[in-house]
Design a protein around this ligand. Structure first.
Ligand code: HGY
Ligand code: MN
Ligand code: MN
Length: 417
């Protein structure tokens, strides 16, 4: 037999992969071509049911854990060996794309089918995982499933968190897991021999360089905050400006001052106010309450500490008589992947004669939590104009299949060590 990794890579089928991606994209499909499949929603539940159906089709064993991560397990010849894990997430942004997350999960399913069709046995089991709530758009923080698995967050502190409709993680999790009854449950955090995640780049570099594979070396650090500004509702016609505690006026001054403080001539700092809510939202009432979020990212911990240390003082300095609370929702330090998996990904990209480059990830991924547990890496493929977290997110069947080929070959390699 030819080299098992090469056999597995050659057995990846572009059209089968594309068909499964489009089947998944139909769940939570938006009229504009994107998807809205938010964490622990009815759409997320249907996505998991589809995964379980694929497991039955492929003879994989589905199982889950206490935070609802969903695993599809392919047995190895040594059933006591720690498994190699691959996967990503099925939940999307509310106005998301077809490929963010879903590609990594479905490329994992394709890799397992390709390995089986190539008649390749591996010593270790290989499992495909769909991590719970990677996006963090409905329930903050994000990456809950992989963070609980890695011990970075504890489930009891997450269960009471509610979405904007007041539904708790606990309630939504119970309803979602109920959609795939009868599958076995394991305690999260079981030992892993390795983790490899395929993902679209969500940036423009691979496309600009005309390359197919990103050999991911690191993930930048990120901090998320929620700022609440408490002023005083008042009559818009009778209340002099000098007497107001206008929460909107104060919040706008805070955001302006923060954007000035975060200005970076090298354009490396990522500072985003993605949510800005004004209450009570009546044209003739002075706003009494504003809630806004901050997503801050940078590759260096020292810069993260230095710049985010200014957030609270700047908010307080622009309070204009309002009350201000600054809450840190999530804090994920920069992560560097080990040489082991990086070199493995690069070698299989070379073996498949695919153009590749080493590159860090600007986006966060579940791999940032798993990297402390075992040899971890990621494979990027290009997406059109680098667009993501947008219904227009797109990628070609050829590039997606190429990434799945590298994934299948590398998984066989890792699972036979
Ligand atoms: O926000 C992120 O970086 C990821 O795409 N959820
Ligand atoms: Mn993602
Ligand atoms: Mn995302």
């Amino acid at each position: 037999m030819k080299n098992p990794s090469a056999a597995a890579g050659d057995s990846v089928d572009r059209d089968r992969l594309w068909r499964r991606l489009m089947e998944m994209a139909a769940i939570g499909a938006r009229a504009d071509g994107g998807v809205n499949r938010q964490a622990l929603s009815a759409e997320d539940a249907r996505a998991r049911q589809l995964m379980v159906a694929w497991a039955e089709e492929l003879g994989l064993e589905p199982n889950t854990d206490e935070i609802g991560n969903l695993y599809l397990r392919r047995a190895g010849s040594d059933r006591h060996a720690d498994p190699v894990l691959t996967g990503s997430h099925l939940d999307s942004q509310p106005s998301g794309g077809k490929f963010d997350g879903a590609y990594g999960v479905i490329a994992g399913v394709e890799a397992l089918e390709a390995i089986a069709r190539a008649g390749v046995e591996t010593r270790r089991p290989i499992e495909v995982v769909a991590w719970t709530n990677e996006e963090g758009s409905r329930f903050q923080p994000g990456a809950m499933g992989s963070a609980v698995f890695a011990g970075d967050m504890d489930l009891p502190s997450l269960l009471p968190i509610t979405d904007r409709a007041g539904i708790s993680v606990e309630t939504a999790l119970r309803e979602t897991v109920a959609a795939t009854p009868g599958i076995t449950t394991r305690q999260a955090g079981f030992p892993l021999a390795g983790y490899l995640e395929a993902h679209i780049e969500q940036g423009p570099r691979l496309e600009a360089e005309g390359l197919t594979i990103g050999v991911v070396t690191a993930i930048q650090g990120s901090r998320w905050y929620t700022i609440e500004v408490g002023g005083e509702e008042a009559h818009a016609g009778t209340t002099p400006l000098a007497k107001r505690k206008d929460a909107l006026k104060a919040a706008v001054a805070m955001v302006g001052a923060l954007q000035e403080a975060m200005a970076d001539p090298t354009d490396t700092v990522r500072f985003t106010v993605g949510r800005f809510e004004v209450g009570p939202g009546s044209p003739n009432t002075v706003p009494g309450h504003v809630l806004f979020t901050i997503d801050f990212r940078h590759p260096e911990m020292a810069t993260i500490e230095r710049l985010t240390g200014q957030i609270e003082p700047i908010c307080q300095a622009n309070a204009q008589g309002c009350a201000v609370t600054v809450a840190l929702n999530s804090d994920t330090p920069p992560v560097a992947f080990g040489r082991d998996v990086i070199d493995t990904v690069r070698r299989h990209a070379d073996n498949l004669a695919l153009g590749h480059m080493d590159m860090p990830s600007g986006a966060g991924h579940d791999a940032m939590h798993i990297a402390k547990l075992c040899p971890t890496g990621m494979i990027f493929v290009p997406c059109e104009r680098g667009i993501s977290h947008n219904p227009a997110e797109n990628a070609t069947p050829e590039d997606l299949a190429a990434g799945a080929r590298v994934l299948a070959a590398a998984l066989v390699d890792l699972a036979n060590r």
